[in-house]
Design a protein around this ligand. Structure first.
Ligand code: SF4
Length: 105
């Protein structure tokens, strides 16, 4: 049997259905864990790294991640992944110090 090639990041992405379904491959379980811990700014920054407009996407994304959510295997509804992105954006603290500095002119 051919050993699994784990050098390709897609291998890990595919294992996490919601993350794989997201066009930006946002690490969904990670930011949901951070929200559950009340760490909204950290959750926001996890989103920010894969798509720089979490607050906007939390309101407008077509959320292909949700139909891929494994929760639907045991419940009727997927996790509200998109809405949780909005929660992180709405409840985050001032994260400006964590953003890259603008390029010098
Ligand atoms: S809501 Fe959109 S951007 Fe966010 S994880 Fe789902 S597909 Fe990706």
């Amino acid at each position: 049997m051919k050993p699994t090639d784990i050098s390709v990041p897609d291998y890990f992405h595919k294992v996490v259905d919601c993350q794989w379904a997201c066009p930006a491959h946002t690490p969904v379980p990670e930011y949901i864990r951070l929200i559950a811990a009340g760490r909204y700014s950290d959750a926001y920054m996890v989103n920010w790294h894969s798509n720089v407009f979490p607050g906007i996407l939390g309101r407008t994304c077509d959320r292909p991640c949700e139909p891929a959510c494994r929760r639907v295997r045991v419940e009727n509804e997927p996790v509200a992944i998109c809405r949780l992105k909005r929660v992180a954006a709405d409840y985050k603290d001032d994260i400006r110090a964590r953003l890259p500095k603008p390029a010098p002119r």
